[in-house]
Write a protein that binds this ligand. Structure first.
Ligand code: NAD
Length: 484
């Protein structure tokens, strides 16, 4: 692994403290950082290196998966951190930063490899990228890479514009777009699960699979993010990025080898095979929902339009269900259902693959086989099979074969992703073609919400979403599995 500088814009922010420093620290403990590395944290306020190292120490003690209680290990990690104040709008701050980066590179014999991580609001993405170029920070004998995290635009047009701006300073193969769902260990497992298990590989197509259900439900409401969320909705916050990425990962054909360019091509094939939505099919395939008052874990909670800072007249989507069709040879006729929402009965991200029932019509008691992939908060897999009921030989009953990981031992998404970016492996990042094709798919939904063509269905907080979402699946003879 190459020695490098890790330059963190937004280094004093919430994401940096909760996720990025703990991820770097855990990689350090696991010997997954380069031999020499320099972390440069940036924020708006002035503070000394030592003061800021104590801020990081506190964040590690609070949020790190691995205990930060060995002073020698902790101090040697903290010693790698320097702090500098920077305002994204001031080019001279970037020149000052360049001096600091270069002096640390000399001290540590780092050959100019520079990772720039933008943990700042999206309004700063282009100005920071362009200032990196302008200030000479991006001119180096080593490699340079840019890590950014969603949102990548708020519609197809703005996403294209942002990408054009970024590509003035970085090549596509230097841009690592984080979708933290792709960093989750169980998502990184999907391809291996299929390719290394002949019993699954043999069944992985429309011959045996009846439907696929992808759910990402939250019990929390809009919390203090109303300003952002009321302008984004579940469609931009979850569907355009995380849900479509999960769809690509579960449905792509196996790449010949698991490298970034192969995986990227296979994911692209999925997106290009998606049946487009248009005015004639959109209302029958898209459900838009919003929560009303209800109960979460026995406690009453307010409806969406009664949340602080949400306009009373808001028609924002806090829930989306979608039926998608992948019109290719392997998935022809298999519906894929996506569902995501806030204030739902359970916090869970899972994929359920329902197999066709050979005994359908011959016995009324068999359940279909299910392969359930639990992604969050638990990571695991179970398979539902049928067996005889020992007390009633006429009857079949389902049984579950379970595997669940020990969460303390599973690296967090940000650990997996930062490790990959440092090694230059972009397999589990969102490439521009996927982002653009996702916006292309989603744009008719955004337009139809704007024009109020898709009705808003309401659901009480603490439920599994609006009735219309159940009806979407029932119309094809199925049901959502595992609803609480
Ligand atoms: P935050 O408000 O806590 O931190 C923002 C950071 O940006 C601070 O370090 C601040 O100093 C810096 N900053 C603000 N204005 C600046 C300027 N003019 N010039 C230079 N730096 C400036 O935000 P956050 O929660 O850390 O989120 C950062 C980004 O990551 C956001 O775009 C957010 O959408 C995204 N994100 C956050 C989370 C999360 O869990 N917090 C998750 C996913 C994505």
């Amino acid at each position: 692994m190459d020695n490098m500088s890790f330059v963190l814009f937004g280094g004093t922010g919430d994401l940096a403290k909760r996720k990025i420093y703990p991820a770097l620290f855990n990689l350090y403990i696991d010997n997954k950082m380069p031999e020499a590395f320099s972390i440069i944290a940036l924020g708006r306020k002035e503070q000394s290196h030592a003061e800021f190292q104590q801020v990081v120490a506190k964040s590690l003690q609070t949020f790190s998966r691995r205990a930060a209680n060995d002073p020698a290990v902790l101090n040697s990690f903290l010693n790698s951190i320097r702090y500098s104040s920077l305002d994204a709008g001031h080019l001279e701050d970037f020149r000052k930063l360049r001096v600091l980066v270069e002096s640390r590179e000399q001290e540590l014999s780092i050959p100019g490899n520079r990772m720039f991580y933008l943990s700042v609001g999206p309004e700063f993405f282009d100005v920071i990228a362009l200032s990196i170029k302008e200030s000479g920070l991006g001119t180096t004998n080593g490699w340079k890479r840019l890590i950014i995290e969603k949102p990548f635009g708020r519609d197809l047009k703005s996403a294209r514009h942002l990408n054009e701006q970024l590509s003035r300073a970085f090549d596509e193969n230097e841009i690592y777009r984080i979708d933290h769902y792709l960093g989750k260990s169980m998502v990184q497992n999907l391809e291996i699960l299929e390719s290394s298990n002949p019993i699954l590989k043999a069944l992985w197509s429309n011959h045996h699979i009846a439907n696929v259900q992808i759910t990402a439900s939250e019990t929390v409401g809009v919390e203090e993010r109303a300003g952002y969320y009321d302008n984004a909705g579940a469609i931009r916050d979850m569907v355009q990025n995380h849900m479509l990425q999960l769809l690509m990962m579960i449905s792509m054909r196996l790449p010949r080898k698991s490298d970034a360019s192969e995986v990227r091509m296979k994911k692209r094939n999925v997106m290009e095979s998606l049946r487009p939505l248009h005015i004639d099919n959109i209302t029958s395939n898209v459900i838009r929902g919003q929560y009303t008052a209800g109960e979460i874990q026995g406690k009453p909670v307010a409806g969406y339009t009664d949340e602080p800072n949400v306009p009373k007249s808001s028609k924002n989507d806090t829930f989306i269900a979608l039926r998608l069709w992948i019109d290719n040879y392997f998935w022809n006729e298999v519906p894929f259902y996506i569902r995501t929402g806030k204030r739902m009965a359970e916090k869970s991200t899972r994929i359920v693959i329902e197999f066709k029932e050979p005994l359908k019509g011959q016995t009324t008691t068999s359940d279909p086989n299910l392969l359930v992939i639990e992604i969050n908060p638990n990571e695991g897999i179970f398979i539902q099979l049928n067996k005889k009921d020992p007390l009633n030989t006429e009857k079949l009953e389902p049984m579950r074969v379970n595997f669940f990981s020990n969460e303390k031992e599973v690296p967090e998404a940000y650990e997996n992703l930062i490790f990959d970016a440092v090694r230059g492996d972009s397999t589990f990042f969102a490439h521009w073609d996927e982002v653009e094709l996702s916006w292309e798919y989603v744009q008719p939904i955004l337009d139809s919400f704007e024009q109020d063509i898709i009705p808003l269905s309401y659901y009480p907080a603490g439920s599994n979403g609006p009735e219309a979402s159940d009806q979407l699946v029932e119309a094809d003879g199925f049901k959502w599995w595992l609803d609480k």
